[in-house]
Design a protein around this ligand. Structure first.
Ligand SMILES: *[C@@H]1O[C@H](CO)[C@@H](O)[C@H](O)[C@H]1NC(C)=O
Ligand SMILES: *[C@@H]1O[C@H](CO)[C@@H](O)[C@H](O)[C@H]1NC(C)=O
Ligand SMILES: *[C@@H]1O[C@H](CO)[C@@H](O)[C@H](O)[C@H]1NC(C)=O
Ligand SMILES: *[C@@H]1O[C@H](CO)[C@@H](O)[C@H](O)[C@H]1NC(C)=O
Ligand SMILES: *[C@@H]1O[C@H](CO)[C@@H](O)[C@H](O)[C@H]1NC(C)=O
Ligand SMILES: *[C@@H]1O[C@H](CO)[C@@H](O)[C@H](O)[C@H]1NC(C)=O
Ligand SMILES: *[C@@H]1O[C@H](CO)[C@@H](O)[C@H](O)[C@H]1NC(C)=O
Length: 613
């Protein structure tokens, strides 16, 4: 923001705080031509959507649970989409993460449209991922005929079917426009193919009269040992005409449809990856046939997926849902106004595109936590706090304290029920942590900035502090999934290189030491504000423990004047040696520091080098 400020002066940030209106800086409305009324029009969702950028360009609300988007057969489809037209479209699924690594997350419950001419017969439609893969239309400039803006995504496929997507919080609305030549438009619902094709314990039934599909399965988490169950509920409606009852229906397995079947169990031989429902519908009496698909999702049950869809999108009104979604984005993005005088439009677009990206995750899964009942908010898709604590929550503190407070409450509620604050949670499952428990600085940041308004924001100071103490003092059974390596930290005042992680890996003790020190600094600041001087002193001292892994004698081979580096240290106090260039751009071996059991250097996605030379 600081670099940008040099180009486009931030005119003001407007905050609505639980009824309290807090205007940090006055927006100068005396020149109304400068107020950006429709910042959503400046957002470019396709930035970073190819060459492994893994960014999600589909439709979602700010922090929405539903992230409905195009899925391609790209090997880099962590966000589903790939702008590279070499990759074909395999469906439009309801849930995604944005910008992550790991196994391909979510991408559940793909829908796809087919024309009768795409099939030899109803029984032989290309229903599997492999056979249904379809090219996008390619524009003269070689880009795909795809469009995206906040809350909306559309594409024209080479089979002349146009697909448009929009989102409410827990339900998506799709619009499939078939060419006038179609005689029987067909719709596929794919229950089993998440991004990793990992499903098991699948269930699905369809109603031959209403064409409602209910189903679900258990899927593998993206970056951890866990799994999650997800459910869907799909309803169809003709736009501008009565869709009536389906002309044909069935259950498909791979590329074979069993006409007349209504339940996966009727035709199911054993665990198979590819299965779902298929319908043939009547065409519109005049003009192109438009079929709306309303897709509810739940992590609790398919009944709840239906009620989510009915509550969030009762009217199947695509344009209303789209406009309501966009209005939410405009309200949120418009809270930050910039003076664009003399600033290139690219910079302004980059600013609002980045601001937009900052509100995709974590996602509001309130009411959808399968693990315990609570009236507190439930947020998921943290994936990981380590990646976001340095900047995302500082921005939220300025721009969106109400959501910040809800995320903090969700984190505290998770600590109350699981013992430790979440770190890398995704799809309701714990994922591998990166170093420390970085909810500590997030809660610390909240308390430092909002303790005077905590009551209005419904955040309990006692609960927040107890959650921090649990992280700081209690060692969890597996500190690779939650919490910290607290016992070693308290015994040695650093994390020794020779104490192995659960599972025998030995990869990131220096990084842990630094993260634990920073977490303790955050706790000391909260203790200070709470008037707990004893704890404030204790944790600020522990924050200084980072110095225990500083070896002042280490030099860089090519630059002997650069002296002193963080280094791994054994429990007997002696330093081990990691080439300070390791994992840096100067690393002669070009090593990476990804999560890897063979990585013994003590650093995680980081390098001992702290200066460039
Ligand atoms: C705090 O809780 C009260 C009572 O449940 C509610 O009316 C209010 O909207 C909440 N405020 C915020 C900012 O969440
Ligand atoms: C608001 O903008 C007007 C016109 O650009 C300017 O004259 C005025 O000084 C500004 N007011 C403040 C408080 O910045
Ligand atoms: C308002 O801003 C526009 C665009 O920067 C400028 O052309 C115009 O002169 C300004 N008007 C006033 C009253 O400052
Ligand atoms: C797709 O085709 C329609 C006309 O049929 C057009 O309005 C639209 O701009 C095209 N592109 C996208 C991405 O929707
Ligand atoms: C939550 O409450 C509902 C309704 O009482 C109950 O059916 C469900 O089992 C509870 N869920 C959990 C995880 O305890
Ligand atoms: C660094 O070198 C000095 C001087 O040789 C020595 O006294 C000191 O123990 C060394 N420190 C470490 C951590 O090796
Ligand atoms: C300390 O432990 C390391 C291995 O963990 C060992 O290589 C080293 O020799 C030990 N140093 C002393 C002084 O015992």
């Amino acid at each position: 923001m600081l670099t940008l400020k040099a180009c486009a002066r931030i005119l003001g940030i407007l905050l609505e705080l639980g009824g309290l209106r807090a205007q940090t800086t006055a927006v100068n409305t005396s020149n109304s031509s400068r107020v950006i009324e429709d910042p959503a029009s400046l957002v470019l969702p396709f930035i970073g959507t190819t060459n492994g950028g893994h960014v999600f360009p589909g439709a979602t609300l700010p922090h929405g649970m539903i992230k409905v988007g195009m899925d391609t057969d790209s090997p880099e489809n962590q966000g589903g989409y790939d702008a590279d037209t070499r990759f074909d479209v395999i469906g439009f699924s309801q849930l995604h993460d944005s910008g992550t690594g790991g196994g391909i997350p979510l991408s559940n419950f793909k829908l796809f449209g087919l024309k009768d001419t795409d099939c030899f017969s109803f029984e032989q439609c290309p229903t599997s991922l492999f056979l249904r893969a379809t090219q996008r239309k390619i524009l003269p400039d070689s880009t795909p005929d795809d469009f995206a803006s906040p809350g909306y995504f559309s594409t024209n496929l080479s089979n002349d079917i146009r697909v448009e997507l929009t989102a409410a919080r827990r339900a998506a609305l799709h619009r499939y426009t078939f060419p006038s030549s179609v005689t029987s438009p067909r719709m596929i619902v794919d229950i089993t193919n998440d991004g990793q094709q990992s499903s098991r314990d699948q269930e699905m039934s369809l109603d031959p009269k209403t064409a409602r599909v209910q189903g679900g399965a258990t899927f593998t988490a993206s970056f951890g040992p866990g799994s999650y169950r997800a459910f869907t509920c799909v309803d169809f409606k003709g736009e501008g005409f009565d869709l009536g009852t389906p002309v044909q229906f069935g259950v498909w397995l791979s590329d074979t449809t069993i006409t007349g079947a209504t339940n996966l169990k009727q035709v199911y031989a054993g665990p198979r990856d590819e299965a779902g429902a298929i319908f043939g519908f009547r065409k519109a009496p005049r003009g192109p046939t438009r079929i709306l698909a309303r897709v509810g999702v739940s992590f609790i049950s398919s009944e709840q997926a239906c009620s989510n869809a009915e509550e969030d999108i009762p009217d199947f009104d695509f344009d209303r849902v789209h406009q309501a979604n966009r209005a939410e984005w405009n309200e949120l993005l418009g809270r930050i106004q910039v003076d664009t005088t003399g600033v290139s439009e690219d910079i302004v677009k980059l600013f609002y595109s980045s601001l937009y990206r900052s509100h995709i995750s974590p996602a509001d899964y309130s009411g959808e936590n399968p693990k315990w009942n609570s009236t507190e908010p439930y947020y998921d898709s943290y994936y990981c706090n380590w990646d976001t604590y340095r900047t995302l929550y500082s921005l939220l503190a300025l721009q969106d304290p109400v959501n910040f407070a809800r995320i903090v409450r969700a984190m505290i509620d998770i600590q109350k029920h699981e013992g430790w604050l979440p770190e890398c949670r995704g799809a309701t499952a714990q994922h591998w942590i990166q170093g420390g428990s970085n909810a500590d600085p997030i809660l610390g940041e909240f308390w430092v900035k909002y303790h005077e308004r905590a009551a209005a924001l419904n955040v309990s100071g006692n609960d927040l502090y107890n959650a921090l103490l649990a992280d700081a003092e209690n060692e969890p059974p597996n500190w690779n999934l939650q919490g910290r390596q607290a016992n070693a930290w308290k015994t040695f005042n650093y994390v020794p290189h020779d104490i192995l992680d659960p599972g025998g890996a030995n990869s990131k003790q220096v990084s842990r030491t630094l993260e634990h020190a920073f977490g303790d600094f955050a706790i000391s600041q909260v203790a200070k504000i709470r008037g707990n001087t004893e704890d404030a002193a204790k944790y600020v001292q522990r924050a200084g423990n980072y110095f225990n892994v500083w070896n002042p004698n280490i030099t860089v081979p090519d630059a002997p004047s650069v002296r002193g580096m963080m280094q791994p240290r054994s429990s007997n106090g002696t330093f081990d040696f990691t080439d300070p260039r390791h994992c840096s751009i100067h690393d002669p071996e070009g090593a990476t520091c990804f999560l890897d059991a063979a990585n013994m250097d003590g650093f995680y996605e980081g390098s001992p080098i702290i200066v460039s030379f």
